[in-house]
Each structure stands twice: as structure tokens, then as C-alpha cells.
Ligand binder design. Structure first.
Ligand SMILES: Nc1ncnc2c1ncn2[C@@H]1O[C@H](COP(=O)(O)OP(=O)(O)O)[C@@H](O)[C@H]1O
Ligand SMILES: [Mg+2]
Length: 370
């Protein structure tokens, strides 16, 4: 099948669009990919929906600003697909399915509540292509955490990769998640802690620019190891998998323990960047074995300070970016949702006891026809 995947992650930088050809087991062709970047006012509305989300009690409620954000988000996804088709000269009739993740505005796995805004039926109508959406619903309804969903895709790619196992695929978005692949078993996966969200928020507050471009600010700073030690005492880091996080889960913890207000911009950035690397290294303790090969993807793979600190913390394992091994660090998650849409249409499992804590391998997603 020819499938387009759409992902708007917790970093809220934009909508990643990617096309693949796949039978749901392997990928036979990687097509083009693109980022449909958000404007400031669009990010502002998504942030307001996220601020309002903790009041939600049901994953289908869309009161006030949340409904408004959903309508905008669906329209932007349709725009992203239509622009992608036009730019790449792709006939929409040749696309079998769209995998539409939507925008997570709340993730409370303990309450079994995970909320993604995005109207799949409207997207199918506006693109004239069948859409699979609400990927997390079936897993959550069966008692899983509803996250992470990408491991089955990481496993499919890692199987074709000539690197010593175990292989860990590390995705650095707003939060960080890892897939552990060791031979033929189901993938093991969990969130490891923060990735870019704390760095982005800190930079945004101090400078108005919400990223540390290429890790340059952190590269000039000093890591405060005492702060890292205090932050690592959070009980999440010692918990066994499965476990998953909301974008803002460590906001208060960092406010209480990191004393960033007393630090220079560069020392704060260096310390938060090391926090991400240190929490990734910490996850090795809860895995069955230490990975030999680490593949780093997501926007954080462009942060050179972060990749350098990871290599230091994960020694003697080999750390490479996804681009280095011939994958796309930027498009990997969007490709994953294209792959998941194909699997959903084939009735194949998306989640496993070892990834989300689902009681058994489960398929998922809801199909909307145009
Ligand atoms: N050149 C770069 N230098 C440093 N950080 C970057 C760079 N490009 C992207 N990032 C980081 O990656 C984040 C986006 O990563 P992404 O994988 O899209 O995450 P998400 O899935 O949460 O949207 C940005 O918010 C930023 O923090
Ligand atoms: Mg993104």
C-alpha cells in the first residue's frame, strides 16, 4: 500500500508529512517527506488547548478552546496533505491511506486518559483519501498506556539494519522514547524522560526563541552535576517499563530542584541538555540488556550537544543519528504513522504488552472513508 503519515508532536513545531510503500511488515520504498511549519498564532492556540486539557474527564470531550483548536488542527493537516501532493506531483487516487495521529493535548496514563485532537472523518472528506486515526483509543480501552506506538515501526527498520543487537532506537521529540530491539521478540519500549521540551521552554522564556539551534548554547555552558543528581531522584526514572509521559510532567520538578533562575543561559541549557542524556542512560538499568547500537532520531538528533552528551553517557555503545544509518531523523515518526495505518488496515497488531502494557498484541485505529 501507498501510505501518507501525519505527525504533530508535543514540540508543536509543525506537521511532519511522509509517504512510504509498505505491506505492514517491511517498507519497500521511502517516498518524500516535508514539514508543514506552524505560525506563531497557530502554536498559541494549540498551547491554549493544552493548558485547558487537564480539566478533561473524557477523551472525546471538546469544550471551548479545545474544539476550536481541533477544527484548526484538522484544517491545517488537510492543507499539509494537499500541499504535499501538489509539491511532489502525487495523484491522490494513488494513495491508499493516510495515518493521522492528531495533536496530543493530554496524556495521563495512570488515569488511562490520552487525548488527541483531530477529526479523521473531516480529513478524509477534505483530502478524498481514506484516513486511519485515533490510534491510541483501542489500546487505552483495553487497559494499555496508549503510548508509545512507534516501536513496531522501529523494529521493522532495525531488522533490516546491519548493526549489532540489541539495537535501541531513541526518538527525541518533546519527550524521549526508546524502542529496544533484540532479535525476533516483540519490541520493548517506553518513554525515558524529557527530550527537547524543557530545553525549548527554557530558551523561549529567556530569549524568545524556542530551541537551542544545533545545541550551540549548551555547548558553551557548564553542566551542574549536582542539579542532575537531584533531578534523577524522580521516581519515574527507576520505574520498570511500560511507562509514558506527558510533555509537561517534569516542569514542576525542574522548577523545584534545578534553580535555573540562578543560572546563566548557557549553563541552564547545558544542564537541561545533560538531563536528557542522563535520563536516557538511566533507562539502560530497566532494560533486559545494555544496547550495543543506538540510533537517534527526532528533532533532538540535530542538537549536537545532546548527541555528544548521549555518546558520552552511553559509552561504550555506538551512538549514531538516524540520518547516518540511511533513515530520516526528521520524517521517522510521520513514516511510522503511515506504517501503522497500513497495519491497521490489515488488522495487524500495533501495540504489545511490552510496549504499552496492553493485555495482548492489539490492532487499533479508526477508519474514516471519504
Ligand atoms: N537544528 C536544531 N537544533 C536544535 N534542536 C532542534 C533542531 N531542530 C529541531 N530541534 C528540536 O527538535 C524539536 C522538534 O522535534 P520533533 O522530532 O519534531 O518533536 P515532536 O515530535 O515533539 O514534534 C524542536 O522543538 C527542537 O527542540
Ligand atoms: Mg515535530
Amino acid at each position: 500500500m501507498r501510505a501518507i503519515g501525519l505527525m504533530s508532536g508535543t514540540s508543536m513545531d509543525g506537521i511532519d508529512v511522509a509517504m512510504i510503500e509498505s505491506d505492514g511488515e517491511t517498507v519497500s520504498r521511502f517516498g518524500p517527506s516535508a514539514l508543514h511549519a506552524y505560525r506563531e498564532d497557530e502554536v498559541a492556540l494549540l498551547r491554549r488547548a493544552m493548558e485547558a486539557a487537564p480539566a478533561l474527564h473524557s477523551r472525546t470531550d471538546r469544550p471551548g478552546v479545545i474544539g476550536e483548536a481541533e477544527r484548526m488542527s484538522t484544517a491545517l493537516h488537510a492543507e499539509a496533505v494537499n500541499a504535499f501532493l501538489a509539491t511532489n506531483g502525487i495523484d491522490r487516487n494513488s494513495v491508499d491511506v493516510i495515518g493521522f495521529h492528531g495533536q496530543t493535548i493530554l496524556h495521563r496514563p495512570k488515569a488511562k486518559l490520552t487525548v488527541q485532537i483531530g477529526d479523521g472523518a473531516a480529513l478524509a472528506r477534505e483530502t478524498c483519501i481514506p484516513v486511519v486515526y485515533d490510534f491510541r483509543a483501542a489500546d487505552v480501552a483495553a487497559g494499555g498506556q496508549g503510548a508509545p506506538l512507534v516501536p513496531v515501526f522501529h523494529q521493522a527498520l532495525a531488522r533490516a539494519l546491519d548493526r549489532p543487537h540489541p539495537i535501541a532506537v531513541l526518538n527525541l521529540g518533546g519527550v524521549a522514547n526508546i524502542t529496544f530491539i533484540d532479535g525476533a521478540d516483540d519490541p520493548i519500549a517506553c518513554d525515558t524522560g524529557p527530550a527537547n521540551a524543557l530545553i525549548d521552554d527554557f530558551l523561549r522564556e529567556r530569549t524568545g526563541v524556542s530551541r537551542d539551534e544545533d545545541g550551540a548554547t549548551a555547548a558553551a555552558g557548564q553542566v551542574d552535576e549536582a542539579v542532575i543528581g537531584r533531578l534523577l531522584a524522580h521516581p519515574f526514572f527507576a520505574q520498570p517499563y511500560p511507562k509514558s509521559l506527558d510533555r509537561n510532567d517534569f516542569r514542576e520538578w525542574v522548577e523545584t530542584h534545578a534553580w535555573l533562575a540562578e543560572k546563566s543561559l548557557r549553563d541552564g541549557a547545558a544542564t537541561l541538555t545533560m538531563l536528557t542524556a542522563a535520563t536516557v542512560a538511566r533507562v539502560v538499568d530497566v532494560l533486559p540488556r545494555a544496547p550495543h547500537s543506538w540510533i537517534v532520531a527526532g528533532g533532538g538528533a540535530r542538537n549536537r550537544s545532546l548527541v555528544r552528551m548521549l555518546a558520552q553517557k552511553l559509552r561504550p555503545a555506538n551512538v549514531e543519528t538516524a540520518d547516518r544509518v540511511g533513515w530520516s531523523a526528521d520524517a521517522l515518526e510521520a513514516q511510522a504513522f503511515a506504517f501503522l495505518a497500513v497495519r491497521a488496515r490489515n488488522g495487524m497488531p500495533l501495540t504489545f504488552p511490552s510496549t504499552t502494557g496492553a493485555p495482548r498484541p492489539l490492532t487499533g485505529g479508526v477508519l474514516a472513508k471519504p
